[in-house]
Design a protein around this ligand. Structure first.
Ligand SMILES: Cc1ncc(COP(=O)(O)O)c(C=O)c1O
Length: 348
């Protein structure tokens, strides 16, 4: 069969393997479901919705609600079934894709799927931003630079001054800097001011983490009208299901639960980091501004298997260059984190 483009013959698999465990700390989800009263409101609205009708072409009502919530011009808002779709659209649009190594794996996955040239600049020591190397790369032929802030999978937070320098260089050289803010709520950072004054910056956000809506699959882009128009055109028509729109709009009407959850996660993140350092001196916990901790162990496979044997599922990260021995642990509920600490103290 010769119907497909040759580059699709060896696409990388997204590095995720499901495993059954009592406690799931492997996908940086919210450990809490939507507040029950909000879920009930959604269910009532879903019952009243005509399911035989198509949703809006480009999720107009959701985009309008997001524009109000984010104080962003509606023409610069694009909604997709998860920010992964926006990453794919941006990779399709890009002349080339640049990111850091390691970085969230789908930047590369999307570039490969789109047959877009891809290159990564290694992070500096201590997972620092490789500012000079990135600035040098931005002097080359333009493309799209994906930068997760806070960084995934390390949890590192780059200084606003360094990110601003990348943005300035992007503006000068024709690049688009995409700041992926999947975890910004846990860091208290906000790239919108930078993107507001520089059309060479776009922001990605998601409902999958701090909004407790990982199962709903909704992400969005805040960018210039020109960037938004291209990304929108690359998404299929009618791609936000009607029920997704109802859920997201209800959450946007009553967003108070997000700040309360973020507060709990931040306090548990500090407790978990300190507890792990005390419980298991052979592990090194890297400082994290996100809802997960990157932990270097003597042997990632052994640490993973040990935790799994105690009913705790975490994510191995040792397939990344520079992350030898590393596992990533999502911050869970108090009880889940207690179980993790107890198991860690007995790790081989
Ligand atoms: C940095 C980063 N960007 C994007 C995503 C994908 O988000 P979504 O669930 O909106 O597709 C993730 C998911 O884990 C992520 O870690």
């Amino acid at each position: 069969m010769d119907a497909f483009k040759p580059h699709l013959a060896d696409l990388p698999d997204y590095p995720y393997a499901k495993a059954d465990a009592r406690t799931k700390l492997d996908q940086n989800e919210s450990p809490e479901d939507l507040p029950p009263e909000l879920k009930r409101l959604v269910l009532d609205r879903l019952a009243a919705l005509p399911w035989n009708r198509y949703p809006e072409l480009h999720a107009g009502e959701v985009r309008a609600a997001l524009a109000r919530h984010e104080a962003w011009p509606e023409a610069g808002v694009v909604v997709a079934p998860g920010s992964n779709f926006l990453i794919l659209a941006l990779a399709q649009a890009a002349r080339q894709v640049l990111d850091t190594a390691p970085a969230f794996p789908y930047y590369r996955g999307a570039a490969v799927a789109a047959a877009t040239p891809y290159r990564a600049v290694p992070l500096g020591p201590g997972f620092n931003l490789p500012l000079q190397a990135l600035l040098a790369a931005l002097d080359g032929p333009p493309g799209v630079l994906f930068l997760p802030v806070p960084h995934a999978p390390t949890g590192a937070l780059f200084t606003p001054g360094d990110v601003a320098r990348l943005a300035e260089r992007a503006r000068a050289t024709g690049w688009l800097l995409v700041i992926d803010e999947a975890y910004h709520a846990f860091a208290g950072t906000d790239a919108r001011p930078l993107a507001r004054e520089n059309p060479s910056v776009a922001v990605l956000r998601t409902f999958s983490k701090a909004w407790s809506l990982g199962g709903i699959r909704t992400g969005y882009l805040l960018g210039s009208p020109r960037v938004a128009a291209v990304v929108q055109a690359l998404l299929p028509p009618f791609c936000i299901p009607a029920h997704t729109g109802v859920i997201v709009q209800a959450a946007l009407e009553r967003p108070g639960y997000v700040a309360a959850l973020v507060e709990r996660i931040r306090s548990e993140r500090a407790r978990l980091a300190a507890g792990l350092a005390a419980a298991q001196p052979r592990w090194t916990v890297h400082p994290s501004a996100a809802n997960y901790l990157l932990v270097r162990t003597p042997d990632a496979r052994a640490a993973y298997q040990h935790l799994l044997s105690r009913g705790l599922l975490v994510r191995r990260q040792d397939h990344y260059a520079g992350l030898e021995g590393c596992i990533r642990i999502s911050v869970g509920t108090v009880a889940e984190n207690d179980a993790l600490l107890a198991a860690a103290s007995e790790a081989p």
